[in-house]
Design a protein around this ligand. Structure first.
Ligand SMILES: [Zn+2]
Length: 96
């Protein structure tokens, strides 16, 4: 699981190099959180409803993965919503 390994590397690097630029580290963490969200979305499409076991110990990764699952559910709901597909090209008030 590349996301989890890379998150561990970022954490270790921050400990080993406490004087390193924190913005670079934070930017990398944000990238990994977005990757976790994207994985949650694709896992939902693949029918996986449990977060990757290796996310244990990184609550933020799990949280963002769950966000991805929620996004997948919302997209599926919109896909099935007839009001979102009324030909106007705009989502209905509920999903807009
Ligand atoms: Zn709708």
């Amino acid at each position: 699981m590349d996301i989890r390994v890379n998150m561990a590397l970022v954490r270790v690097h921050a400990v080993i190099h406490p004087d390193a630029n924190p913005d670079v580290s934070n930017e990398r963490v944000v990238d990994l959180l977005w990757e976790a969200k994207s994985l949650g979305l694709s896992d939902a499409d693949a029918g996986h409803s449990q977060p990757p076991p290796m996310f244990v110990g990184e609550a933020e990764l799990t949280h963002w993965w769950e966000d991805g699952q929620g996004l997948a559910a919302s997209l599926e709901e919109m896909r099935l919503c007839s009001s979102c597909h009324d030909g106007t090209g705009h989502p209905c008030p509920i999903h807009g």
